[in-house]
Design a binder for this molecule. Structure first.
Ligand SMILES: [Zn+2]
Length: 330
């Protein structure tokens, strides 16, 4: 099978983790931004996860440089545009890109300017490439609950205009659902869709807690639901889709190797999954290569990829009209 020709959906892709290395260098030169090196090959070492990455925290440290070049409207718009252009080459028909607006306010940009710049980039790319895009706003776990409420309040005006959901991302600990309950009650009352990073680093209980306490309709990663009976059963009973990112999971040591990734077992047991890159630059991956690995190592078949596509369309936060169009590709 020609894996490139298979239509694909990206539901879990971080904008700041997917900036082209050339673009980081170009913007740094143009805007006199201080980065550790101006040599493209050296730069790639700084912005991709090290092969000997020991944890999620080490992985997350690689995002800092990209965020330095995402502090003007023009640059943010360009980076959003380029992400759609890039994924269209892998036959991605629809992408939900996510980013944390609070990371882009360091040089004075206002919240609305940041979000609007991303939406402008998406809109321009949609007119040129055969791909559609929407936005998920990330709240960060290491920040305060008030920061999350700020993002939810400020983002509200963009609902129905390209922003479709909120997410909670970053380093995972045991009690984050309690900390952010009030914020996500508010998000639900505003009719945001909700997806939460959970069960990425060994704590399977966070999956059911995110569904029960934070109203998660989808779960980012969810690898460790395999070790928590209650989470596993809830995913099954409620048909909650996992946004799985195999390469990222290998890098952050969520699994030791592709062979140990539970994704094929989940799929065979009728757990709904989608397949995603998480971060194209940080993980140095694209969906074509991700599919190739899954085909060769995890033995996913063409039929599996079709199921994953349809699960992804179903779980996407796109409008019913867009979903209907997306289903026509398979
Ligand atoms: Zn993620």
């Amino acid at each position: 099978m020609d894996l490139n020709k298979i239509p694909k959906i990206e539901l879990h892709c971080h904008l700041d983790g997917s900036v082209r290395p050339d673009t980081i260098l170009d913007i740094a030169n143009k805007d006199n931004i201080d980065i550790p090196t101006y040599n493209i090959n050296e730069l790639k070492k700084y912005i991709t996860a090290p092969e000997e990455c020991h944890s999620l925290d080490e992985y997350l440290a690689t995002f800092d440089i990209a965020n330095k070049v995402m502090q003007t409207k023009e640059n943010i718009k360009r980076i959003a545009y380029e992400l759609l252009e890039d994924v269209s080459k892998y036959n991605v028909k629809y992408i939900e890109m996510r980013f944390a607006p609070l990371f882009h306010m360091a040089k004075g940009l206002k919240f609305d300017e940041i979000v609007q710049s991303v939406l402008d980039g998406i809109k321009e790319a949609e007119s040129k490439f055969d791909v559609r895009g929407n936005v998920i706003l990330c709240c960060m776990r290491h920040m305060s609950a008030d920061d999350a409420i700020f993002v939810i309040e400020e983002g509200k005006k963009f609902l129905g205009k390209g922003v479709v959901a909120v997410d909670l991302a970053g380093s995972e600990n045991l009690n984050f659902p309690e900390k952010f309950k009030e914020a996500f009650d508010l998000a639900k009352s505003y009719e945001y869709n909700i997806t939460i990073h959970a069960g990425e680093t060994g704590i399977g209980e966070n999956v059911f807690k995110s569904i029960e306490m934070l109203h998660a309709q989808r779960i980012g990663h969810g690898v460790f639901a395999k070790d928590c009976v209650k989470s596993y059963q809830m995913l099954k009973d409620m048909g909650v889709t996992l946004e799985m990112c195999p390469t990222s999971n290998v890098q952050t040591k969520a699994v030791n190797a592709y062979e140990e990734h539970p994704l094929k077992d989940f799929l065979d047991d009728d757990i709904r999954i989608s397949v995603n890159t998480d971060n194209m630059t940080v993980s140095d991956i694209d969906l074509d290569r991700e599919f190739k690995i899954l085909n060769e190592i995890n033995k996913l078949t063409e039929e599996d990829f079709k199921r994953i596509y349809l699960y992804s369309v179903h779980a996407s936060f796109a409008s019913d009209e867009v979903k209907e169009e997306l289903r026509k590709y398979v």
